[in-house]
Design a protein around this ligand. Structure first.
Ligand SMILES: Nc1ncnc2c1ncn2[C@@H]1O[C@H](COP(=O)(O)OP(=O)(O)OP(=O)(O)O)[C@@H](O)[C@H]1O
Ligand SMILES: [Mg+2]
Length: 616
């Protein structure tokens, strides 16, 4: 069974080159022409030797006095050759025939190499199309995963699947395509010639094929397992590098360098071990097939040679020499095939890692008949929503409603589930029970993009990209003027500090915006949401990184922004949400209090306690 699976994987890789009609006919044609012209040289070896050794049978020449009927075959070329060869010997003598043979060799080598080049070019086009499409499909797939996928997978491993695994596929699997068609065609061609020369000797040489084939396929199978482990190890190496670069400050502050170096060295050592194990098998393929090949040649010399010496053979001495020379030509393509066979295993191991990403089902899906959501007419509501990242529920039967244009605040102790609730609204996750509804319709019935287009999200951590200020604010909005971006920045109280940056709006803010202060990053995130101008706003601790004065300013801007917008605001600093139309207190995944600031203060529960603590 694994054999079939490998075959399927291989075919699946190739299927990324669709449409094949562009390449396949061209490639096959060039390859056939290449093989034919390379064979010409060897099929005229006998006449050449015969001319040199003065053994030309004159009757052989005379039978070829008429031009043969056209067909694409070695025989046809040989007959054509004999035809002109006969004429040349008749008209110009042996010396002339020698010149004629040399001219044919040069011409056919030229043509063979021309077609070899052309077929290689077609193959390169094919290869590039395969990996381009493969890269694009895995990247598109990554973009369609729900947020949870990325918390469960190691980032480094994903990166290595998208980069090195695809390179591995390119290097090995696709380059073996050449071998898949050209080398077998060459071998069949050579064997064809050999069979016409001596049936018994050829049969004898073929005895070794199953032996070497068996050894090599055994090695290849072992190799694939190593290759998978090696790529997994590389994924972990990438993960360590990624975490090191991201966490360098903490690594230094906690003097954890030695710990990280040790972790890294261990993994690199493991990687080296896997690769060594691959090498011991991989490097065997060439020597084994060469040894077996030469072993066959020696046997040939022994058997065939004694037949010639005893005059028992149907072969003449020059035919026997030609036989050996032609047979030795099989060794190279045979070696190439066995090399490719080991090579392909590495590609297949990588391809399986790539396809396993592509085949992972998307947990947050839209139904086939999903409809487009254009606006919020009445309300956004959660109805008996429960949710858990794993088995344990972190949200338990939560219900609330935000009427259109109103603001609802979520407050409560850390770890209570506020951010999780906020993630359920744009469907970063889907509830395990209950539903999030817009105007009474489950959000799962809407097209994902139309749903998310209505939402502006400012997350607890500012998420910025290594790009200019302008592009970070205009993120995801295809064409937007500088005026609009500046307007949004002003609302977010960010314009002033942006203008003070070296290149203003064109300043690159560094990896994840690290060239900015925490508060500046947060204001850019807010500006981004402002620019999108969405009917639904979700603000998770949007102003937590600001000093009281900026917070006051930004809060004012946000309050303006929230006017006539359906908003969900999460805040620890309760002073910022006192004006909310409704305050929901979340503790351990449950709603424990609900009402306006006034009502909750009067009830005298958790909310009042928290507020009183903060005002001290
Ligand atoms: N990706 C995740 N995988 C598993 N568990 C998670 C994940 N994210 C959060 N949790 C858990 O879910 C619970 C709720 O977390 P959540 O982030 O929603 O709390 P919060 O109310 O936003 O807290 P804070 O006020 O500190 O931001 C926590 O117990 C947390 O450990
Ligand atoms: Mg949170």
């Amino acid at each position: 069974m694994p054999k079939f699976q490998s075959m399927n994987t291989y075919l699946r890789i190739l299927s990324h080159a669709r449409p094949f009609s562009v390449f396949l006919p061209q490639y096959i044609m060039y390859t056939i022409l290449y093989v034919l012209f390379s064979l010409v040289n060897f099929s005229i070896l006998i006449p050449l030797l015969e001319v040199l050794f003065d053994q030309v049978a004159s009757e052989k020449m005379s039978t070829a006095s008429t031009l043969p009927e056209f067909s694409i075959s070695v025989d046809y070329l040989k007959d054509v050759f004999y035809h002109y060869f006969g004429i040349t010997i008749r008209d110009f003598g042996r010396r002339g025939a020698l010149q004629y043979v040399c001219a044919v060799i040069v011409a056919s080598v030229f043509l063979a190499n021309l077609f070899r080049y052309l077929s290689a070019i077609v193959l390169a086009k094919f290869r590039i199309r395969v990996v381009t499409n493969l890269r694009n499909s895995i990247y598109q797939k990554l973009n369609s995963f729900h947020i949870g996928y990325f918390t469960e997978q190691r980032k480094g491993d994903i990166v290595s699947r998208v980069t090195t695994d695809i390179l591995e596929v390119e290097r090995s699997v696709v380059s073996t395509l050449k071998v898949l068609f050209k080398e077998p065609a060459l071998i069949i061609g050579f064997f064809g010639i050999l069979f016409t020369m001596s049936f018994e000797l050829t049969l004898y040489t073929m005895l070794l094929l199953p032996v070497s084939g068996g050894i090599i396929s055994y090695l290849a199978k072992r190799l694939k397992r190593n290759a998978t482990m090696s790529q997994e190890s590389l994924g972990r190496i990438n993960a360590i590098i990624d975490e090191t670069l991201t966490g360098m400050r903490i690594i230094k502050a906690f003097t954890a360098s030695a710990f990280m170096v040790d972790k890294f060295e261990k993994e690199v050592k493991n990687y080296g071990r896997q690769n060594m194990s691959i090498a011991t098998k991989f490097e065997l393929a060439g020597p084994i097939s060469e040894f077996l090949g030469i072993f066959a040649v020696a046997g040939l010399l022994l058997i065939g040679g004694s037949m010639v010496l005893d005059n028992q053979s149907s072969l003449s001495a020059s035919e026997f020499i030609a036989f050996i020379i032609i047979f030795s030509q099989i060794l190279n393509p045979a070696k190439a095939i066995s090399n490719a066979f080991s090579n392909i295993q590495r590609g297949l191991a990588s391809a399986e890692r790539v396809f396993s990403v592509i085949d992972t089902p998307v947990a947050v899906n839209e139904t086939a008949d999903a409809r487009t959501l254009n606006e919020v007419k009445e309300a956004l509501s959660l109805e008996h929503v429960s949710f858990g990242y794993d088995k344990e529920e972190v949200i338990k039967d939560v219900s609330f409603t935000v009427a259109k244009g109103k603001t609802l605040a979520l407050v409560g102790p850390s770890g209570g589930g506020k951010s999780t609730l906020a993630d359920l609204i744009p469907r970063f996750y889907d509830p395990t029970q209950g539903s999030v509804k817009i105007d009474g319709i489950d959000v799962r019935e809407f097209k994902l993009e139309s749903l998310r287009r209505l939402m502006g999200v400012v997350t607890q951590e500012s998420i910025l990209f290594n790009d200019s200020v302008f592009n970070n604010i205009a993120f995801g909005v295809p064409t937007v003027s500088l005026d609009k971006v500046q307007e949004a920045a002003m609302v977010a109280n960010a314009h002033e500090f942006i203008m003070a940056l070296p290149d203003g709006y064109d300043t690159n803010i560094g990896d994840r915006g690290l060239k900015l202060s925490g508060g500046q990053r947060q204001r850019l995130s807010i500006a981004r949401a402002v620019l999108k101008n969405p009917p639904i706003l979700i603000l998770d601790e949007a102003t937590s990184a600001l000093d009281s004065e900026s917070e006051h300013l930004v809060q004012e801007a946000l309050t303006n922004l929230m006017q006539n917008r359906t908003s969900i605001v999460i805040a620890h600093r309760l002073s910022t949400i006192q004006n909310a139309d409704e305050i929901v207190v979340i503790q351990e995944g449950q709603v424990i209090e609900q009402g306006t600031h006034q009502q909750l203060m009067e009830t005298g529960g958790v909310y009042r306690k928290l507020t009183q603590m903060q005002s001290f």
